[in-house]
Design a protein around this ligand. Structure first.
Ligand SMILES: Cc1ncc(COP(=O)(O)O)c(C=O)c1O
Length: 395
């Protein structure tokens, strides 16, 4: 079948929710993917921060294949080895107390929010409210969407669950205004992703930590996009020097297979009872085995140091384009999570980059986002920047 035929069939059979770029991906190698006709693309999106080890990374492929031959699925009625080995790795690396494994970022956040309610309700008999931040993105379930403070995601979906308050990122006073005794948790992305790549200031996260300590409110870091080495430390909280009470992970954790995790500290885990949460597929052995490889590779200090170096280099090259092309306004981000602001032109840039054989994403009309595989090298970054330069010259 050709790409044109697949695109035509998708339009006929698939629920029409996605705005896809017209490319049918068939296979990948390193930081490159290939379409059905064999055209090669440099992938600067890594499946939206998922393929942290790129494509066809041999240790990952081999570990997955071995696990597939052993056990495709085991329900959580029983124990299974990869799941426990992954939990051990995550707890040891993070210093958190316990892990719960899920299938996606939205599910990880749902679980985290439930845990925060359990904590407050069981300790104080009240506490149902959540605080999130403008421009955030926390998922597509009704609760995580309600916490996603971007109007474009809320159209025709009201009423949302009650008790949700919004505050402004990097503005502690705006948090204090809505922080009353019914609040059980504050959820924040240390670097906002879908909203346009906006990093939190360290002092802001320190301030949130202090407020949460004073009021005994649970601080949740949504590291679904910015975790797993993306910003140059295995966990984003490490690069800000602020520990939340709960961290949520997904995307890069499975290296390409669907897996999420919720890491909780001792005080939260102590308030959780048997039967409080479950998942049919959460912690599937094949996904968990894949994640063990990801954790082992990505948490190596040399690997993380290289991410920080490559991130700085990439950012510097993008900044040169900002000073050359007036339509480009700003570069923001941390590590290999970068946003390039081109007001009103981001979608056009993404379409034109595709023609240049490079995959990037427009978070919205104004921001082009780069989330390359963490194994990207300097030549590949140069190739992407060169393509962007060409595109900026012609639009
Ligand atoms: C910060 C953040 N949280 C949660 C999610 C939702 O993850 P998923 O699509 O796996 O449910 C995303 C997805 O983009 C995200 O970027």
């Amino acid at each position: 079948m050709t790409s044109a035929e697949i695109i035509e069939k998708e339009a006929r059979y698939f629920l029409g929710t996605y705005n896809r770029l017209p490319v049918v991906l068939e296979r990948g190698e390193g930081c490159y993917v290939f379409d059905l006709e064999g055209k090669r693309y440099l992938d600067l999106m890594a499946g939206i921060a998922v393929n942290v080890l790129g494509y066809s990374f041999p240790p990952l492929q081999e570990a997955i294949k071995r696990e597939v031959d052993k056990l495709l699925h085991a329900s959580n009625l029983y124990y299974s080895v990869p799941q426990v080995e992954l939990a051990e790795r995550l707890v040891e690396k993070s210093g958190f107390s316990r892990v719960f494994l899920v299938n996606s970022g939205a599910e990880a956040n749902e679980v985290a929010l439930k845990m925060a309610r359990f904590y407050r309700k069981r300790k104080y008999g009240k506490g149902y409210k959540f605080i999130s931040f403008y421009r955030s993105f926390h998922g597509r379930t009704l609760l995580t969407l309600a916490l996603t403070a971007q109007e474009k995601f809320h159209q025709d979906l009201d009423p949302f669950p009650p008790g949700i308050e919004y505050a402004t990122l990097n503005d502690l006073q705006s948090v204090e205004k809505v922080l009353d005794e019914e609040v059980c948790a504050i959820i924040v992305e240390p670097v906002q992703g879908e909203g346009g790549i906006y990093p939190c200031e360290r002092e802001f996260l320190e301030g949130l930590r202090k407020l949460c300590d004073e009021k005994d409110v649970i601080l949740i870091f949504d590291e679904v996009q910015c975790g797993i080495g993306r910003v140059g430390k295995f966990f984003a909280f490490e690069s800000f020097g602020v520990r939340p009470d709960i961290v949520t992970l997904a995307k890069g954790l499975g290296g390409g297979l669907p897996l999420g995790a919720v890491l909780v500290d001792e005080k939260v885990s102590a308030s959780v009872h048997r039967g409080d949460q479950g998942s049919t597929f959460g912690g599937n052995p094949v996904c968990a085995r894949s994640a063990c490889v990801v954790v082992d590779e990505v948490s190596e200090e040399n690997f993380l140091a290289a991410v920080r170096e490559k991130g700085k280099y990439f950012e510097k090259q993008l900044k040169k384009l900002v000073s050359t092309f007036p339509i480009a306004k700003e570069v923001r981000g941390k590590g290999l999570m970068l946003g390039f602001e081109v007001p009103g032109k981001a979608k056009k840039v993404a379409e034109e980059m595709l023609k240049e054989g490079v995959l990037v994403n427009a978070c919205n009309d104004d921001v082009v986002r780069f989330l390359p595989p963490l194994i990207i090298n300097q030549e590949e970054i140069d190739e992407g920047v060169e393509a962007l330069k060409k595109v900026l010259e012609r639009i």
